[in-house]
Each structure stands twice: as C-alpha cells, then as structure tokens.
Ligand binder design. Structure first.
Ligand code: GLC
Length: 544
C-alpha cells in the first residue's frame, strides 16, 4: 500500500490469549495466530492489531508490562513474532503492536529499583509522593476501583496507579523516561512492525496533584503537556515512517482529538474515543444495567463524525474491543438465531459506512455473543472482580451483580474465538482459561464460512466496498432524521456521488419516513426494504 493508504484500511484486533492455542495449555499463542493468517486474509482486513504480547505477570492480561523488549513465554518468543510478521507480510497483512507506556507493571525492573530506594535514579520514573495528614496525596480514584495511590511502608510514600495497584504510572515529565520509551518504540520499528496502538495515551501528562471534586480525571485526562509529548514521540520515533498509529483516548473531547490527529500537528494517525459506548450507562456509571439510549448513540456518533471531519482529524470507528461487551448482545439482539444474524449484519453496515478506520474485534465478524455467565467463578478480569467486591460492599445482591457483570464485564468479549463445533470450539485441546459460550456449536467460523448468508460475508463485502469506493473513506457525512427513534439514516457525499445508508435498530419492521427517497442502485442490503418499510434490523446502502 502506498503512503496514506492506511486511511482505506480495516483493522482486525487480536486478543492473543483467546485467539488460538497450539500448545494445549488453554491459552492462545503467536503460533496460533500464524496458523490462522489464511483465514484473516480471507476476511480481507489490512492490519492486525495484537493486544500486548510482552513479558508480563498478566494481572491485567498484558497491559501490565514487566519487560518491553521480551515476548511473554506464554505467547512464544521473538522468533515467533518475527515469523508472524513475515508470514503476515506475505499475505499483505500488516502488524500493529500495542504499546502500553502510561504505566508499567510493578514487576518491571525500573519499578523494583524505584520502590526500594528513595535515592534510586529510577525513583523519578514514577510518581512517589508523601502522604498528606496521613491520607493519600490526592483523593483520585483508580479506574479499577479504590484510591489511586498505594502506600509503601518502607519509604513512607505512596505511588500513583490510575489502574490496578500493579500498574504504576510513569512520569513523562522526566525526559529520561521519555527517552527510554522512544527507544522501545524504535526497537519495535526496527523489528519490522507496521504500526502501533497506544494504550490510554491521553493520560500521560498528569498536571497538578490536587484533590478532586470528582474522581481526579480532570487533572490527567488530555493533560497539560500531552500534545507536546505526542509530537515529540512522533518526531523521535515513527513520524517519518509509513506507519499507522492509533491512540486510545479516555474521556477525551473532539477538540483534543482533532489536535491528536490533524496531520499538520504530527502527533498520531487516528484515535479511539468511547463516548458512543457509554449510552447504556446510568449517569455515567458503567456498573449499572441500562437499555441503549438510541437517540444519544446517534447524536454522539454524528457529533464526532462531523467534528473530526471539519477539523481534518481522523477517527477510529468500532463497536467492540477486549474491554467492551459483544455488540450483537449489547445493541442488537442475541435471543434468537434470526435476530442475532439480522442485528449483527445491520450493526456492521451502520459502522462500516461511517467515516474513519473501522476496527473489527476477533469473533465480531461471525457475530459472537456475550457468554451470559451465571456465577462469579466464571469471571477472570481484574476490573470485573474488583467491581464485584465493591458492589457487594454497597449492598447489591448476588443476582443483581451478576446481571450487571453480564451486561458490562470485559470478560464478555474475552472468551475464545469459536472456530468450529469441535471440542472447546476448536480453540484448544486443553482446558480453556475462561469458559466458552455454549452456542459455539452453531456460532463458529467454519459454519460462518460455509453459510453464504452469514454475518461474516457481510463483513467481507463491507471491507471490499471500502477498498473499492473512495466515498466510504473520504466522503462527507450528512446525518438525517436524527429524532427518529428506530432508524439510523445518513448520507455520504463525495465528488458528486451520494450514498444513502438506512438501518433499523428495532426488531420490528418500520415505516420509512414519507419524504425519504430510496431510489438508486443498491450497494449492500440485509433484510427487505420495499413498499415504504424496512424489516426489523434491516439495513441498506443505496447509491443515488
Ligand atoms: C486500556 C486497555 C485495557 C487496560 C487499560 C490499562 O484501556 O484497553 O484493557 O486494562 O488500558 O492498561
């Protein structure tokens, strides 16, 4: 692909632990990815993003890195990664690594050095602060629950951890830290990777350590020096290379995201934001059980589409990842096979016709569902287990908690890929590290390939449309009928061509607006759209 062609590409996210196990230990590995490259080429995607494969105690499944230069033995070694890159390149697939540099694991040698002595040169790699009146330095909350500072008796100081206590935040204000981090990125560029996903990268500039009226976010989200640091990182590492980068932005704003991605500023290629996925929260609280607020979903998606386009920035667009529940269960309907299929296709069409780089999370392309776990023993995720404890303390009863986890837990998307209807869904010959949903006998890759009407074939077609029609990549977006309670309707415009996208988010058939012109050539369709009505979960794209 030529420079800039990354804009026309589609990324497939691999969660290696749940992808494909070749050793029988119940966890996926890099050789397992190599085995499935032909399948990924068949799906038609351009980039593979691997969530972290570095050495790690795996308290947060690899987002707690203890050595940035080493591959976690659980996944293989650096020769395996080399082989993966080579084999991927032979199939025109590119590899993006996940770079987690807001924090390290407390098992990292920098932290061990820093923790044990106040005089260590590594002390200033992290944020160690004395207590204030026997209390933590600030009242900020960790994103995984509890106060964000952990006390260390030995040096009578606290260190900052915005995530788990084993994930200590790095001090980017220290130029030595930045040098070390740029060295790491350059090492992987040399190694041969084609791009990077930067974990919670808008949290790296911490600002002032002051008590917050909320949970502290306002001090470190899109912090005071974040743009300066990202520009510096760009210049010192990938900036002059033909590489695609995407930054994960927590609780960010459109204005910041324009700055992060407008090419003139030389920061990143694209950004993820999560506002459109908080539309089933109650008052911003994730651990709640709420229905989708459809009008809000449309409003947020469209606000970002228009805002980022206007500012010449670039969005990454997605429904699913390893931190989010499965979208068919969440915004679609997985209660029957027919509804699962129609809603899975509709959601794919709506997303892939938007502007930005689409991300497909492993298993999404076959419409994998949440596992609907029924006991707490089935959960593995540190955030979910903390939330369980904290909801218990708040007095919720077991069944309420399980219902909330069933809707929101990150483990919903972390169950292994369902490859076939063989034992353990063809994922492992051993005991899988997390339970596999029972529906694997019907929902699996083998069945999806064989069934020409499966969700998978819609994804394949959507990827092809993006590659073949510039309107999908470059066209402007015109939101329509924003107050319609069931229909998601918008147009794309490019060089005198218009594409109309109509999707029905309800399971019943719906009357189309009387003044909507649906004449034209059908580009892709799922369900019927005729005589002024569209099928339940139907979707259609028409060139006009
Ligand atoms: C990101 C990752 C998530 C991880 C967190 C801390 O949000 O996607 O899985 O727990 O960062 O690294």
């Amino acid at each position: 692909m030529a420079q800039n062609d990354w804009k026309k590409s589609v990324v497939y996210q691999i969660y290696p632990k749940s992808f494909n196990d070749t050793t029988g230990n119940g966890e996926g590995d890099i050789q397992g990815i190599i085995q499935k490259l032909d399948y990924l080429q068949y799906v038609g995607v351009d980039y593979l993003w691997l969530t972290p494969v570095y050495e790690s105690p795996m308290n947060d499944n690899g987002y707690d890195i203890s050595n940035y230069y080493k591959i976690n033995a659980q996944f293989g070694n650096s020769d395996d990664l080399k082989e993966l890159i080579e084999q991927a390149h032979q199939r025109d697939l590119k590899i993006m690594l996940d770079i987690v540099i807001n924090h390290t694991s407390t098992d990292h040698e920098w932290f061990s050095e820093a923790y044990s002595s106040e005089d260590s040169p590594y002390r200033d790699y992290y944020f160690f602060r004395r207590s204030v009146n026997n209390a933590p330095p600030t009242n900020w909350e960790s994103k995984f629950g509890g106060n964000a500072w952990k006390y260390d008796d030995k040096t009578e100081a606290y260190y900052l951890h915005l995530f788990d206590v084993t994930q200590a935040d790095l001090n980017w204000d220290n130029p030595q830290v930045r040098n070390e981090l740029y060295d790491i990125i350059n090492y992987w560029i040399e190694f041969g990777v084609d791009g990077f996903r930067f974990d919670v990268i808008n949290l790296i500039s911490k600002g002032e350590f002051k008590d917050s009226e909320k949970i502290g976010k306002e001090f470190y989200t899109d912090g005071p020096r974040v743009h300066e640091y990202l520009h510096e990182m760009n210049r010192r590492t990938f900036g002059d290379k033909d590489m695609m980068t995407v930054g994960e932005m927590s609780s960010t704003t459109i204005n910041h995201c324009i700055k992060y991605t407008n090419p003139e500023r030389q920061e990143l290629s694209s950004v993820f934001n999560f506002h459109h996925l908080k539309v089933d929260y109650i008052d911003g609280e994730k651990w709640s059980n709420a229905k989708l607020d459809f009008l809000k979903l449309k409003e947020i998606l469209m606000e970002w589409q228009l805002g980022i386009y206007e500012g010449n920035g670039w969005n990454a667009i997605f429904w699913c990842n390893h931190d989010q529940p499965r979208v068919v269960s969440r915004f679609g309907d997985d209660s029957t096979e027919a509804l699962r299929t129609s809603s899975g296709k509709m959601l794919a069409i709506v997303l892939h016709m938007l502007q930005g780089t689409p991300y497909i999370y492993q298993g999404e392309e076959i419409g994998m569902t949440d596992p609907h776990f029924t006991t707490i023993d089935q959960y593995r995720d540190v955030e979910s287990l903390n939330a369980y404890k904290s909801m218990k303390l708040k007095g919720y009863n077991e069944s309420e908690i399980l219902e909330i986890l069933g809707q929101k837990s990150r483990d919903n998307s972390r169950t292994p890929i369902q490859w076939s209807n063989e034992r353990n869904a063809g994922f492992t010959s051993g005991a899988p590290w997390i339970d596999i949903p029972e529906n694997y006998d019907k929902i699996n890759v083998e069945t999806a390939i064989a069934d020409k009407n499966s969700i998978l074939h819609v994804y394949r077609k959507l990827i092809k449309l993006r590659h073949e029609h510039d309107i999908v990549t470059y066209g402007s977006v015109e939101p329509l009928y924003m107050n319609d309670e069931n229909l998601f309707i918008y147009k794309r415009h490019y060089n005198g061509t218009t594409w109309l996208v109509v999707a029905n988010f309800s399971k019943s058939s719906i009357q189309l607006p009387k003044d909507l012109n649906i004449e034209g050539e059908t580009i892709i369709q799922s369900g019927q759209c005729e005589n002024g009505t569209i099928d339940g979960f139907g979707a259609i794209v028409i060139a006009q």
